[in-house]
Design a protein around this ligand. Sequence first.
Ligand SMILES: Cc1cc2nc3c(=O)[nH]c(=O)nc-3n(C[C@H](O)[C@H](O)[C@H](O)COP(=O)(O)O)c2cc1C
Length: 425
Amino acid sequence: MPNGEPFINKPVPGADQYYPLNDPAIGTPLPIKAYPQNAKVPLLFQPLTIRGITFKNRIWVSPMCQYSSDNGHATDWHLVHLGGYATRGVGAICVEASSVTPEGRISPEDSGIWDDSHIPGFKRIVDFSHAHGTLIGIQLGHAGRKASTLAPSVHTNAAKTRRAPKRTADIEDNGWPGDVVGPSAISFAEGYPDPKAMQAEDFVRIEEAFVAAVERCKKIGFDFIELHAAHGYLLHEFVSPLSNNRTDEYGGSLENRLRYPLRIIERVRKAWDKPLFVRISATDWAEGPEKGDNGEWRYWGLEQSKVYVGEMKKLDVDLVDCSTGGNWDKQDIPLVPGYQVPFAEGLKKAHPDIPVTAVGLITDPKQAEEILQSGKADAIFLARELLRNPHWAMYAAQELGVAIKPSNQYERAWMSVLTAKPVPN
Ligand SMILES: Cc1cc2nc3c(=O)[nH]c(=O)nc-3n(C[C@H](O)[C@H](O)[C@H](O)COP(=O)(O)O)c2cc1C
């Protein structure tokens, strides 16, 4: 052999199918020797290590319900949808909210992880993602009083020929409105199910379901778990005075409202030794001050969120994913670019020692890089922009002038990125 090693399209070692090996990994900087511009790598493309696991960059796929599961089971839609991100350079993928019990689904077509039969569908996606060098986790949740609702495209179709007069998925719509539970018997809004206030056995059942789901996550091989404690679903419902008027040890004082979510976090943490994230809504976006003149908390907001994160730190949570809203139907959200970033920044200022992610109308690579550079967050979750442009990581590399590895198969599309340039000033 005149040149030493033969020129073989090397396979990914240990993968269940033949996939060409990417070296370096997709979405990581190429060597400075070949690309002098990589002397300065934007923070977006710098790794982040959490609990000994290194995320190759800080562009992460936010969890997004696809309303496409078959009685909770992932299908080939999920493999193609999520697999497409694994091949396009993101640093992590978070699988959509997946319910730990059947009645905790938001819609009948939501993803689920309440049964062992859900394991193979997820495993196929995780194995594919790993074969392409991309970490993948899952968001575990329970929709509480916002369960048994119609998927958005079922409620109102895009052709605008059909609009349901209600949000509830009734029995005839494959729903379970009679089994919807929440901290209190307070409906989210007109047209939503009327929840039953959780009883002692519900507390135990749901808590155990979270722990059982973690055991399935281990078998599947997920790299991280995110607990869904945001957007007006069960765990958020407990912490907010708008949805929790219990008079027992789970309602009233802030300490009481935090009790059940913290217990679930504690149980999950004990069962899971890889990175654990918690997504919270840092405000209900309700009117007036978070605390009334009488000293009582009126709704959920940033000040209580800071206390909550302090408690999470004591339980060894690894990262807080900062979102907002979803628990008050009259919420008035100023939808400007990066509208939730000030909340992430607020949490980071209060707790500089725990990583925080920002999400929400972050669409521009320079905007995302500025959020990281100014220390407002440690990584960025993107949702809708990644639906529009699954290649966003490569596009960001192009915009920020850094040479990042595309997948072998897509290299010819990214010659603009794979061109050596001088060291930037
Ligand atoms: C189709 C769709 C489904 C979503 N599903 C979830 C979900 O399962 N869990 C969650 O926490 N947020 C969910 N979200 C919210 C996103 O993760 C994200 O926080 C929000 O869209 C704001 O980010 P963006 O401006 O980048 O889209 C969803 C958003 C969209 C567009």
